[in-house]
Write a protein that binds this ligand. Structure first.
Ligand code: NAD
Length: 445
């Protein structure tokens, strides 16, 4: 099948590439000319394990190409995947301007029966808005072309995006149209080889499913973070509690790791958007509001613990930070707890030496230039280089190389042997035996 994928970010690029890998001919469109130029030269603008080789191979085989022109891409395809961003507006609602802008352009260029697939995460009712915008454009052209709008939310995780797309837990397809359902069934057949994982449902049901999934995961994180806060007060080790509750098959171990809050391009904005959605229909989202509130607090927890130990004025102190990306496996800094902490530490007068295995270039490009110019933030060449003469080490992202560090080498490098472990990666006892003062999240500290 010939497909058009609009938006070549984490979702669009992975979607287009994986469909091409299954034999489809895919044109990926992006309005960012620099990104398209990079992709045309075989350079991948994001870090995503396995993506590089897949893109290169499918480009070489002629199944994958890139352009800035939607009109050109639509010329020989009838299925258009919308995978553009849906960031937060100031009031927490989802900003649909990119999605509706694409819908307008689709309406301008549509020639015959087409299927428009919403892959971006969008509030309930968006497919109807997309339909209205396309119909308005067609009416202006004096055309009546049949088309369907399908909701097909994406559940991939950054850092495991290829694996998630190729072997999904489920594929959600929201549509009431038989022809659209058949096209989606054909497209996803290669991802359903040993069993059909597709759940067909109404368009609005599919839109809600994506928000509910992200809200549930965020709720688990905020729940365990709340328990960790209470453990801190009561001198209880939350790690024992986590194992104790995770062993209950009704609860399970996933997404109950205490830490310094969730971040990234999805959970924060999607929880805000579903809260806004509830408010817009005069429904009080009590649980979701608390999830969001707990996370806002949790993103400050490391800073609050640092302040408790070192005082409010941090000038003259230097902190070694391990991890910048919002989670391991990605170079994505969007809403990263590390960035929140950098603002707090530098704002309080501290200097930071930071290291991340893959997000250094993203940090250099996206963090305030003044931090680098003033020497407030130094990007270290190695994880141990980040600890040279620092007053404390702060672990923010739990990359694998940070899991079993050489405590002896760390002790020798650091001015003061203090560890703030934002992801509970170390055993407090082992750190203490190695001569460190250890502060974790809910760990009797
Ligand atoms: N990143 C994830 O892990 C993830 C997972 C599941 C769902 N989602 C959702 O998928 C959507 C996309 O997320 P992302 O992380 O890939 O976003 P992104 O910001 O990485 O990429 C969006 C891309 O769309 C491009 N774009 C914007 N307007 C355009 C237009 N009119 N025409 C063509 N291209 C245009 C941008 O230049 C950008 O490259 C969001 O709704 C997000 O919530 C993201």
């Amino acid at each position: 099948m010939n497909l058009t994928v609009i938006g070549t970010g984490y979702v669009g690029l992975v979607t287009g590439t994986c469909f091409a890998e299954m034999g489809n001919t895919v044109t990926c469109v992006d309005t960012d000319p620099a990104k398209v130029a990079q992709l045309k030269q075989g350079q991948i603008p994001i870090f995503e394990p396995g993506l590089d080789d897949l893109v290169k191979n499918n480009v070489k085989e002629g199944r994958l190409r890139f352009t800035t022109s939607l009109a050109e891409a639509m010329a020989d395809s009838h299925v258009y995947f919308i995978a553009v961003g849906t960031p937060s507006n100031g009031d927490g609602s989802a900003d649909l301007s990119q999605v509706l802008g694409v819908a307008r352009e689709i309406g301008e260029h549509m020639r015959d029966y087409s299927v428009v697939v919403d892959k971006s995460t969008v509030p309930v009712g968006t497919a109807e808005k997309v339909r209205d915008v396309i119909e308005t454009e067609l009416a202006q052209r004096g055309e009546t072309i049949p088309f369907d709008v399908v909701s097909n939310p994406e559940f991939l995780k950054e850092g495991a995006a290829i694996e998630d797309f190729m072997r999904p837990d489920r594929i959600i397809v929201g549509t009431d149209s038989d022809p659209a359902r058949d096209i989606m069934r054909q497209l996803y057949a290669p991802f359903n080889m040993n069993r059909d994982r597709t759940l067909y449902m109404g368009v609005r049901d599919a839109e809600m499913t994506k928000y509910a999934a992200n809200a549930m995961l965020a709720t688990k994180i905020s729940f365990i973070n709340e328990i960790a806060g209470l453990c801190d007060m009561l001198h209880v080790d939350v790690e024992n509690v986590r194992l104790g509750i995770g062993s209950d098959s009704r609860i399970g171990y996933s997404f109950i790791y205490p830490g310094c809050g969730y971040g990234g391009s999805c959970f924060p904005k999607d929880v805000k958007a579903i809260i806004h959605l509830a408010e817009s229909c005069k429904f009080e989202p009590k649980v979701l509001r608390s999830v969001e509130e707990r996370n806002q607090h949790q993103r400050r927890v490391l800073y609050l613990k640092i302040r408790e130990r070192f005082g409010e004025d941090l000038s003259g102190l230097t902190f070694g930070m391990w991890g910048l990306a919002f989670k391991p496996g990605t170079d994505d800094l969007r809403e990263a707890p590390a960035v929140v902490l950098l603002h707090e530490l530098i704002g309080a007068g501290a200097r930071v030496r930071a290291y991340d295995p893959v997000a250094m270039e993203a940090a250099r490009q996206q963090l305030p230039k003044a931090w680098f110019d003033n020497g407030d933030l130094i990007l270290a060449t190695h994880q141990y280089d980040a600890l040279q003469d620092v007053d404390a080490m702060v672990l923010v992202t739990e990359w694998k190389p940070f899991r079993t560090p050489d405590f002896h080498a760390m002790h020798k490098l650091m001015k003061q042997p203090v560890i703030f472990d934002g992801r509970n990666q170390y055993e407090p006892q082992s750190a203490k035996q190695a001569g460190f003062e250890y502060v974790g999240i809910g760990r009797k500290s």
